[in-house]
Design a binder for this molecule. Structure first.
Ligand code: 2P0
Length: 333
């Protein structure tokens, strides 16, 4: 029996991915740019031990995974089995440190950890770029969690997706940029509509979709240059613009997709107020496919920003995350 355990941190996109150019190969319609986090992640153990007869056995957060999740995991494992030339069913045990399907990006860390654990358990040792392309087949955002820190995902141009991969923007810098991401949780439970269905629906029905896609390259260029210059204000402006445009595009779908709740809006207002106060606190929001608000700020301001967000009516809890490493092996047996 071969098994491997991998861990991966989630990532939060500062330039969002919202739309595919190929649904079968899960190829993004645009590039995206994100920050991998040190907490909020997934630990996954894969053993090609025969599962339960011909079927994979998938345990998620201590309970048997629901059939949809199991099917998605099995489809992913089928690709790994085909590549490794094995046909044994697997036992997969996966634990998230974030609520699954809540808009806190558990599919990103989930498929990054699964890609690494499954390939190692199958006897494959893929270079990171290939691992990123493989993780993308499970979930687009997972391609980014293979790498640590600031990461850019390429749209790619090839039909087979071999160039739709992520790469780190700062290869293990000696003096890493000390930013923090404050997560303000504004609701309990799973989101109303998953990202995959929501972005497909947006692409098909939103009159703003073409304009959204047309604007992403400029946001990527601006974000890249802000990161190279360690300019938090410039990066924050891009992050807020990208998130608001993504949500505006989804809200314009027919029927509309609205992820926000009253606390989401209140948290945005609080972030703007932090910037307007004297002394000003540079802090900038982003929002994923859910109601939670994530706020980018400097490390020295993290506690103050978290306290301000914790005081917003409807914010249930906050946590402070720092840049984290890419997917890695936790143990192998
Ligand atoms: C992002 N999100 O860039 C965007 C912003 C959520 C909002 O990537 O269909 O779960 O599995 O490729 O990766 C969430 O989408 O979608 C996502 P699939 P995924 O982080």
């Amino acid at each position: 029996m071969t098994s491997a355990t991998a861990v991966a941190g989630t990532n939060i996109a500062l330039v969002k991915y919202w739309g595919k150019r190929d649904e079968a190969l899960n190829l993004p319609a645009t590039g995206s740019l994100s920050l991998t986090l040190d907490r909020l992640g997934t630990r996954t153990r894969v053993a090609f031990d025969g599962g339960t007869g011909t079927r994979d056995r998938v345990t998620l957060d201590g309970a048997p995974a629901d059939p949809k999740v199991s099917a998605r995991v099995s489809a992913f494992l089928d690709r790994v089995r085909a590549r490794a030339g094995i046909d044994r069913a697997a036992t997969v045990v996966t634990d998230n440190s974030v609520p699954t399907a809540s808009g806190l990006a558990s599919s990103a860390s989930g498929f990054a950890a699964l890609a690494l654990a499954a390939t190692r358990a199958a006897g494959l040792d893929l270079p990171p770029a290939e691992l990123s392309a493989l993780a993308r087949l499970g979930s687009g955002s997972a391609a980014r969690s293979i790498f640590g820190g600031f990461v850019e995902m390429a749209r790619g141009a090839r039909a087979d997706g071999s160039d739709a991969i992520a790469h780190p923007l700062e290869a293990e810098p000696r003096d890493p940029w000390e930013v923090r991401l404050i997560v303000a949780i504004t609701a309990a439970g799973a989101k109303a509509i998953g990202s995959t269905a929501a972005m497909t629906h947006t692409a098909r029905t939103s009159p703003f979709y073409a304009a959204w896609i047309a604007g992403v390259d400029a946001d990527l260029a601006a974000a890249r240059s802000a990161i190279a210059g360690r300019d938090l204000g410039a990066l924050g402006v891009v992050a807020e613009r990208s998130a608001l445009r993504m949500h505006a595009t989804a809200m314009a779908a027919d029927p509309p997709i609205v992820y926000w709740n009253p606390a989401t809006i209140a948290a945005l207002a609080r972030v703007r107020a932090l910037r307007d106060e004297s002394p000003a606190t540079p802090a900038f929001f982003t929002i994923d496919a859910g109601p939670h608000v994530k706020v980018l700020c400097g490390a020295a301001d993290a506690e103050r920003v978290a306290a301000a967000l914790a005081g917003v009516p409807g914010v249930l809890r906050t946590l402070i995350a720092a840049p984290g490493p890419g997917a890695r092996i936790a143990e192998a047996a």
